[in-house]
Ligand binder design. Structure first.
Ligand code: BTN
Length: 235
């Protein structure tokens, strides 16, 4: 049983709460809220957070910081595996979305906290659609466990995700993505498919070759292979 969970009916954003209170919170604290009034997604997007979703943030204060982005990918892998154990055909969309039937069911926003250039912590914020049935307003194809006919016990689901994560946390912290690469790639159905990436510095349409041992998206272009570290994969 994972004990360090702070529970709220409503917060602006569990990530924002973790960041505001970082210095007061212990390493590995989980913050969960039933609703968020200002839920945030990646790339400055909103994350609509009405009741019915599992919204939580995990605050980590590791000593080793070489592989922080890979912890986000580990969390995506753990959510994906947990959903599969419940019978959902979940898969991964690089870098850290979880999809079922090509519809998004979970997104992860990771944020590093610095004070005066010192690393204070990493917040991994997870938004997982559980019982929502009207997801038309989210702006992209989305689904929920309820829409898939799955109604898990929420507390067990949260505990299962956290257990999976902490079972692998130290090894990823020390060795990086390469230790989960094979599992990640197995659940990543886009190899060979043409995708589009636009991230401010790169605007590429090319076939996916693989995910590198560092967790980067490797694309095959006429000029050779290129590795993408940041961005959204559009298919
Ligand atoms: C994304 O796919 O864009 C990431 C979405 C992350 C949403 C979660 S919900 C809990 C945590 N608090 C937030 O404000 N965002 C993350």
């Amino acid at each position: 049983m994972y004990m360090r969970i702070l529970r709220f009916d409503e917060l602006d954003s569990t990530n924002a709460y973790a960041k505001r209170n970082c210095s007061l919170l212990a390493d590995q604290t989980v913050i969960r809220a039933r609703r968020q009034t200002a839920g945030r997604g990646r790339l400055d997007r909103k994350w609509i957070s009405q009741e019915g979703g599992l919204y939580f943030s995990l605050l980590l204060k590791p000593q080793l910081t070489d592989f922080l982005p890979n912890l986000t990918q580990l969390m995506a892998l753990c959510v994906c595996r947990t959903l599969r154990q419940l019978g959902a055909e979940a898969c991964l969309k690089w870098p850290n979305d979880v999809l079922v039937q090509r519809q998004k069911i979970c997104g992860i926003l990771s944020e590093a906290i610095f004070t005066k250039n010192n690393f204070e912590g990493l917040v991994l914020g997870v938004g997982l659609n559980l019982t929502q049935t009207d997801l038309a307003s989210v702006g992209q194809p989305a689904t929920s466990l309820a829409l898939l006919g799955i109604q898990p016990d929420e507390e067990t689901l949260l505990q299962d995700i956290l257990k999976q994560f902490f079972d692998n946390y130290t090894v990823v912290l020390q060795n990086g993505f390469k230790v989960i690469q094979a599992d990640y790639v197995r659940l990543f159905p886009y190899i060979g498919q043409t995708v589009h990436i636009q991230n401010g510095t790169q605007d590429v349409t090319a076939a996916v070759q693989t995910i590198s041992p560092e967790g980067k998206l490797v694309l095959k272009t006429p000029e050779g292979f290129i590795e993408i570290s940041i961005g959204d994969m559009m298919v």
